[in-house]
Write a protein that binds this ligand. Structure first.
Ligand SMILES: Cc1cc2nc3c(=O)[nH]c(=O)nc-3n(C[C@H](O)[C@H](O)[C@H](O)COP(=O)(O)OP(=O)(O)OC[C@H]3O[C@@H](n4cnc5c(N)ncnc54)[C@H](O)[C@@H]3O)c2cc1C
Length: 419
């Protein structure tokens, strides 16, 4: 069996960075295993075509279970299945998250997670087109740029929000997140700058880095409760590799807990009902998955607008607090883009624009945050597992009601005439 010092599972946003940093030491050997294929699909690299990737072969294209609070609809949950992972199919907005959220995570007992702790790493990884500052870096691998040619309607969105009393915020990754402004994007020379393009491609030739694509990791291997390697499936063949030091599980928010459960780490009772031998009884595995629901409202333009997008589907945005929110962090995010994003089956023609409303702090009924990953099928052989079913527990009514009850609703901003 081949040995590596580290095995990294999943070449997504996290896995590409980890593989890059670990192989800086030429004495350290790293195997990076990715279920998807290399990122050769041309649409990956053309920012304006990012929506065409959803549901394609580079998307795991998960669906939730029927959502009782959403009229039992199954909600589409895209996830990248390709080198670069979701960073190869996402809409490229560069947003770090709110500083208060990091501080909150630290206060829950996670030393090293305060915003002041993580800020140096954001700066280290970034090449910001506006130059270095207290909040930005220029020496990093990831290109972060302003929009080169924002659509006129995107600027109108920002102007209208400001006229309605919101702060103009030219940098949501800077001193404060609240306010309206044009977004920064992870684009380089007009092309998507995914984690693979930024962190993997430049170090691909390192002799101590092995990148294996089309390799679906099926389980972790153990001696007792110690991980000693992984098993993966490639071209219908099962392989096993051993690790000297650590296995890094970076397969994403859905697949990391799934893989733990398939390996026998999870709620013992649940695993036993699935016939999975228990290695460690950890009931928290698969729980507390928080996703931010987005509602979009599309408009066809009634006048000749310059809505051609050369960048992404969302060019502008606004962070704000709903009335009664006493937290330091905004709980709503609006996004605005110069494309008509209509659901399948809704005919539309011509140009237009779409606004999106997004909850930044979703809460779920009866649980702290709640999504439970449930394995609904355990097939005959260990590697033939197939179905991951992620069941959203349902969003609290008030969360969805909160959206239209917001005093400065997206509709008000959209209908506010530019001066
Ligand atoms: C449509 C969409 C739009 C988004 N837009 C934005 C945005 O504009 N800005 C932003 O900041 N964030 C955005 N996000 C979120 C962001 O892309 C993700 O949070 C981030 O990429 C997650 O990184 P990750 O490393 O945890 O997982 P991923 O990047 O998803 O990587 C996980 C990798 O593991 C691989 N994998 C999974 N299971 C296995 C297995 N068993 N064996 C081997 N490999 C496996 C997957 O194929 C994948 O490549 C968006 C996400 C999506 C889906």
């Amino acid at each position: 069996m081949t040995n590596y010092d580290y095995i990294v599972i999943g070449a997504g946003s996290a896995g590409c960075v980890v593989a890059n940093r670990l192989t800086e030491d030429s004495d350290t050997t790293v195997l990076l295993l990715e279920a998807g294929n290399p990122d050769t699909k041309s649409e990956i690299h053309i920012p304006a075509q990012c929506l065409s990737l959803l549901g394609s072969e580079v998307d795991w294209a998960y669906f939730s279970q029927s959502e009782p609070y959403l009229n039992n609809r199954k909600i589409f949950c895209p996830r990248g299945k390709v080198l670069g992972g979701s960073s190869s199919i996402n809409i490229m907005i560069y947003l770090r998250g709110n500083a208060h959220d990091y501080d909150h995570w630290q206060s829950l007992g996670n030393p090293g997670w305060s915003y002041l702790d993580v800020l140096p790493y954001f700066k280290k990884s970034e090449h910001f087109s506006r130059g270095a500052s207290e909040f930005h870096g220029v020496d990093g691998e990831l290109s972060v740029t302003d929009l080169i040619a924002p659509a006129v309607v995107s600027q109108h969105f920002v102007d209208a929000a400001v006229e309605l009393g919101y702060d103009h915020n030219p940098d949501p990754n800077g001193m404060q997140q609240s306010g309206a402004g044009l977004y920064q994007l992870t684009i380089k020379d007009g092309k998507r700058h995914s984690a693979a393009a930024a962190f993997l491609l430049p170090v691909f030739q390192r002799p101590n880095l092995t990148v294996t694509t089309g390799a679906l990791v099926t389980r972790l291997l153990f001696e007792g409760t110690r991980t000693i390697g992984v098993e993966y499936l490639q071209k219908d063949m099962l392989h096993q590799v051993r690790v000297n030091s650590e296995v890094i599980l970076s397969a994403g928010a859905f697949d990391s807990p799934k893989l733990l459960m398939l390996s026998g780490i999870g709620d013992a009772e649940h695993l036993q009902t699935l016939g999975i031998p228990v290695v460690a009884d950890l009931p928290g595995v698969g729980q507390n998955l928080q996703d931010h629901p987005v509602v979009s409202v599309a408009h066809e333009a009634t006048q000749d607008l310059d809505t051609a997008s050369s960048s992404s589907v969302a060019e502008a945005g606004l962070f704000l607090q709903t009335p009664g929110n006493l937290d330091a962090a905004p709980d709503l995010q609006f996004l605005f883009g110069p494309v008509v994003l209509a659901p399948p089956g809704y005919a539309h023609s011509g140009l237009g624009f779409t606004s999106f409303v997004c909850l930044t702090h979703p809460q779920n009924i009866g649980r702290l945050c709640g999504i439970r990953l449930a394995l609904v099928k355990w097939a005959l052989t260990q590697w033939q597992w197939s179905i991951l079913s992620c069941g959203y527990m349902g969003l609290r009514d008030c969360e969805l009601l909160m959206l239209p009850s917001c005093p400065r609703s997206p509709r008000e901003i959209r209908t506010h005439p530019p001066s």
